[in-house]
Design a protein around this ligand. Structure first.
Ligand code: FNR
Length: 343
């Protein structure tokens, strides 16, 4: 059992990389800023600081849930934790449920805390986790927050996946019982207005919309087997941009994080403009890491800090609050979405 679950973690990494396309178009391309020729600002007047719960982040992005559960993904966790420590950004682990069932795999997750002793670390489990399991996952990493992932399309495509999606009560119980922030996240299928309402009603305060446009778990899970081909479901869900638009009426009541299909610093700025408090990266960081190794990846991401500052300056945005006032226009596809969804 351990072997098959470990193997699945390795396959996820392999297939995410196989399907990754750095130049792939997505809905971030449907959003344009209006250029201002006289922004009247200097680079050193730009602040990239943001907050999630009581945590102040120097940079508005984080490494999102991916790895752990096999020797290979344990090593990736070590490299990612090193990158997170150097940059001072939060890092989430991949789902720890495998380590709760097979304690011999805990080390492949705990390497995050060993490598990054003082950084912000997010634990991760699925929505069927018991309150006890949720507490154990946090303790395992001395985690600062817990992510609970929602992934019905992935479960549907997996023959061994869950078939009962009564998840809200369990989410409510976990949020009530934990003394760290609980972040509810999708895994690349995005969210709709109703989901924000449902989550708000059970006491959730932190949500990562994790929209479509990047890693597609339908494509990944489908590729893992030949029988029962459901590849026709690829592309399911709302994009990250659409999900952020869906979230706009809830942004004063909830802390909205965004991830899914973020390819570069401009995508980060666009997500922040649409109301995200911080932006998560998975597929892109995994790709950079596997293509360039940890040292060059760290250098690339350190340079992203300069690039984020540069784009903010070009826009005349002093900070994230200021950025949200900057004019944008939508492409026709997004405009149609906005009209049909009455956003
Ligand atoms: C993931 N993702 C994920 N999410 C989660 O909550 N628990 C998990 O265990 C995993 N595992 C995982 C493995 C791999 C290899 C990848 C690439 C991703 C989903 C991830 O956190 C994110 O929501 C989606 O990948 C969408 O973001 P990107 O990849 O488009 O930036």
């Amino acid at each position: 059992m351990t072997n098959s679950q470990s193997h699945r973690k390795d396959e996820h990494v392999f297939l995410a990389e196989k399907f990754y396309q750095s130049e792939r178009a997505n809905d971030f391309d449907q959003l344009r800023f209006i250029h201002q020729s006289l922004p009247e600002i200097a680079f050193d007047e730009v602040s990239l600081t943001t907050k999630i719960a009581n945590f102040t982040l120097p940079l508005p992005f984080y490494i999102n849930a991916m790895t752990g559960g096999s020797p290979r993904t344990g090593e990736l966790n070590r490299q990612l934790a090193q990158i997170a420590a150097t940059l001072g950004v939060p890092i989430a682990t991949g789902s720890q449920s495998v380590a709760l069932r097979h304690p011999e795999l805990m080390a492949t997750f705990q390497i995050l805390r060993e490598t990054n002793p003082t950084g912000l670390i997010f634990a991760n489990l699925g929505a069927t986790a018991s309150v006890d399991a949720a507490k154990q996952a946090v303790t395992m990493l001395q985690a600062d927050a817990l992510q609970i992932h929602l992934n019905t399309p992935q479960e549907v495509v997996m023959p061994e996946g869950d078939r009962d999606f009564h998840w809200l009560k369990q989410i409510q119980a976990i949020v009530a019982a934990l003394d760290v922030p609980v972040i509810i996240k999708e895994v690349g299928f995005g969210m709709a207005q109703k989901t924000f309402k449902q989550l708000l009603e059970v006491g959730v305060q932190y949500i990562d919309v994790a929209g479509a446009g990047g890693t597609d778990f339908i494509a990944i899970e489908n590729e893992r087997r030949k029988a029962r081909n459901m590849a026709y479901l690829r592309g399911w869900g709302q994009s990250t941009v659409e999900s952020l638009l869906e979230s706009q009426f809830y942004q004063s009541k909830l802390t909205i994080l965004a991830s899914g299909g973020v390819r570069n610093p401009l995508d980060i700025i666009k997500a922040l403009r649409l109301g995200a408090q911080a932006v998560g990266l998975s597929g892109t960081i995994l790709h950079l890491l596997q293509k360039n190794g940890p040292k060059t990846t760290t250098e690339i991401l350190l340079d992203w800090k300069e690039q984020l500052t540069a784009i903010m300056a070009m826009l005349g945005a002093h900070d994230l609050t200021d950025l949200r006032q900057k004019p944008i226009i939508y492409g026709t596809k997004l405009q149609s979405y906005i009209v049909q969804r009455q956003l």
